[in-house]
Write a protein that binds this ligand. Structure first.
Ligand code: BG6
Length: 488
């Protein structure tokens, strides 16, 4: 099902927001890798659209200056890079002006599959789709990729979806969440549904709790303009963390086809117990980083970062306890946590199994629960923590880990998330993209939390840059005799 078909189809990849951060950091490096590995038909073109009044040569000089730093060093080769740049074109345009689409049209050649990647502010999505339609650029094969954030709340997400649906069928719409393109996230489905041993235990009461942490060492960087209006709940939880939760919690889909997988994820989102004000107060923690140290260097607090208002109340950290109201997960808490400027970059999912009902070994001082530790980044690994006997005459137990290093397990190249997802778009595979109802269900659960924080006038709690977040985050787990799984 996943074997690559030879590239017989020429594609015009049109990137709106072609000079933006995402384009030069992620999209063009990903497209270069696809080019390097001959995943494109010879005539495939990349047409970047931007506001900057640049010529093609000026755009190429910009990309040549910016993007190589974001390409894995051993994959970068000047000769291949020069050939790749030949695929690129640039159109300077005001995307709201109908007349500006004429030049774009002259660059889109038939017969080619057209992929429109909208990496602009979501406020422009509707107008771009409308103008593409007026210009006659949308045919039945065309595909549109919608970058996050898709809206700032349920109403705005719905409005964008409704507008885009006027021009593209749902089967043509690829709502991207790059976490779904990560190798280990895709592997999580194989771990669950390609192995027999976990499924019988993958439920209450055999699982005591689930933790999902996406910790970043970086701060807000140059993105305050966007981030200060969004915050960690919208930026990370509404999409990436809830998608991870769905993959951990969903029922086995009847097949790997897009709608079968997405039906199951939707059910999880719909089963999330809605939080009322008392739940929000008890089960959520907002934080904001203050000055501290990150990876050995002194760093500023969030409020001192460029373009952040001095009185900002935006959260750069969230921890929360969620419940899934269904037969599999009743009473199993799901703890989610994400933050910027945390102690280190570490994303992992911890499945903590229930304690044994009775131990014949009596009190074991080093006892640890069985845990499945799924590391998404920076390492990609899966470990099963078990108790074994310590060598010696007594029956002393200690924890060890049965480990699988996914990087070592195969010498095949591991594509980055964006390359994988862009190739999925070209191949028409929707499984790893969000369907409209899924996205809206995620907002339906998240929105009351945003409203609740506003109603409670909830100020974010301080945490020092380089720490694991505010103390209240540990307290959230401690009251159930649990703790975040953190390793130095
Ligand atoms: C993006 C968020 O979606 O994901 C960023 O907008 C965040 O704020 C990024 O830094 C994290 O992605 P990754 O792949 O580096 O974990």
């Amino acid at each position: 099902m996943t074997t690559d078909t030879p590239p017989t189809l020429a594609v015009d990849i049109v990137i709106f927001g072609g000079a933006g951060d995402l384009s030069f950091r992620k999209l063009l490096p990903a497209l270069y890798m696809a080019h390097l590995h001959t995943r494109f038909e010879t005539a495939t073109r990349i047409i970047a659209v931007g506001r900057q009044k640049w010529t093609r040569d000026e755009y190429l000089a910009f990309i040549d200056h910016q993007s190589p730093a974001f390409i894995e060093e051993r994959a970068f080769n000047v000769d291949d890079w020069r050939i790749f740049l030949k695929r690129l074109d640039y159109v300077s345009m005001d995307v709201t002006q109908a007349s500006d689409y004429a030049q774009l049209k002259t660059l889109c050649h038939a017969p080619a599959l057209r992929v429109f990647y909208l990496a602009t502010a979501p406020g422009l999505f509707t107008q771009i789709c409308e103008q593409l339609s007026i210009a006659g650029l949308i045919d039945a094969q065309a595909r549109v990729v919608l970058e996050k954030p898709l809206g700032t709340d349920l109403a705005s997400a719905r409005a964008i979806n409704t507008e885009v649906a006027r021009y593209f069928d749902e089967q043509q719409i690829y709502r991207i969440d790059h976490y779904l393109g990560k190798e280990t996230v895709q592997n999580l489905m194989v771990l669950r549904f390609g192995n027999a041993i976990f499924e019988p235990l993958w439920r209450a009461p055999y699982i005591k709790s689930v933790q999902i942490t996406v910790a970043e060492a970086v701060g807000v960087g140059s993105r305050a303009g966007f981030y200060d209006g969004a915050g960690a709940l919208r930026d990370m939880v509404q999409n990436h963390l809830l998608q991870l939760l769905c993959i951990v919690a969903m029922e086995p889909p009847i097949s790997f086809d897009a709608d079968d997988v997405r039906d199951e994820k939707l059910k999880v989102l719909r089963s999330l117990r809605k939080m009322d004000l008392a739940d929000i107060k008890r089960d959520t923690v907002r934080g904001q980083y203050t000055a501290g140290a990150s990876e050995g260097a002194a760093v500023k607090g969030y409020k001192e970062e460029d373009n952040v208002p001095a009185n900002s109340r935006t959260e750069t950290f969230v921890a929360l306890r969620a419940n899934i109201n269904n037969a599999r997960w009743a009473n199993v808490p799901f703890f989610l946590r994400t933050g910027k400027r945390m102690q280190k970059r570490q994303s992992e999912i911890i499945i903590e199994f229930a304690d044994q009902p009775f131990s014949i070994f009596g009190a074991t001082p080093h006892h640890e629960p069985n845990r499945l530790i799924i590391s998404l980044q920076p390492e990609e690994s899966i470990h099963l923590q078990m108790m074994v006997k310590e060598p010696g005459s007594g029956m002393n137990l200690h924890p060890v880990r049965l480990g699988l290093d996914l990087q070592q397990s195969s010498d095949k190249r591991r594509a980055e998330a964006y390359e994988r997802l862009l190739m999925d778009v070209i191949k028409g595979r929707l499984t790893h993209f969000m369907r409209r109802d899924e996205l809206e269900a995620a907002w339906t659960w998240v929105e009351p939390i945003l409203n609740g924080w506003a109603a409670l006038d909830d100020k974010p709690r301080d945490y020092s840059a380089g720490s694991w977040g505010p103390a209240a985050s540990s307290a959230l787990m401690a009251r159930e005799n649990l703790s975040w799984f953190e390793e130095a």
